[in-house]
Design a protein around this ligand. Sequence first.
Ligand code: NAP
Length: 277
Amino acid sequence: MAVILDGKKLKEKILAQLKQKVEKLCAKPTLAVILAGDNPASKIYVNNKKKTAQNLGINSVVFEYPENVTEKEIIEKIDELNNNKSTTAILVQLPLPRGISAKNVIEKIAPEKDVDGFTPYNFGKLFSGEVPIVYPCTPKGILLLLDEYTIEIEGKHVVIVGRSNIVGRPLSQMMLNRNATVTVCHSRTKNLAEITKTADILVSAAGKNIIEEKMLKSGCVVVDVGIFKDENGKTRGDVDFENVSKIASYISPVPGGVGAMTIASLMLNTVELFEKQ
Ligand code: NAP
């Protein structure tokens, strides 16, 4: 049976260390979150982020906007936060309401306050093999989790399913920087199973239940990023956990895996930005 990559446990460990660090800082970091629209999942995520930050002694301010907010209003708020000295980190909760371009909004965030590492400056640094001010939270959390279990990355074939800007794309670069051989798959990939069969480390971020035991080689490491509700309303990931855990060497659960690590990374990034300002 596979060893469980316990994101929840590692998150608690990271947050406990961070809390002690925050206590010793000369001032409190402030994380500003922009939440626009009525997406119920976004509201839950933002609430969790706010509570976690406050538990660590980090200030967290949420700016809420209705579904019909304009791009201009959000950009004006970002300008204001960029110029506000006491705001040290800015996060725009995605997705934004229909008609608002996430790209236009995110590129307005000052790179030194870009807690998600999504601005063109930070992405550009990452994609040119340099060090961004901070790394995007979900890929950073995945690497922290693999490192905690001393899973070797260098020289391994890492197959990533999904090429979104928040997971697959930045993770591919971070894995490349760690000297992995990286293959990125997506919805137009032909013969997905033939490729996943060659993975030493498989990371799936499709948001669909697509990864089955027969698509993997025995002993591979499986990281499940996907999180959604199945037809019975049960939270699950992309991977058939029950059967895949019989052949994998390590596997991350959903929930309690990558999701927990994403929150931990966000808090780490909030403190890192504060320290760099
Ligand atoms: P997204 O933007 O919808 O991207 C999904 C990716 O999966 C796309 O690149 C898509 O290909 C690919 N894909 C879809 N169906 C596929 C298939 N049948 N075979 C191969 N590739 C397929 O989603 P996202 O924002 O990256 O999120 C993905 C999942 O991860 C969601 O369940 C989300 O909730 C979860 N997530 C979790 C965390 C966390 O902290 N746990 C963080 C972020 C996301 P195309 O590019 O060709 O469309």
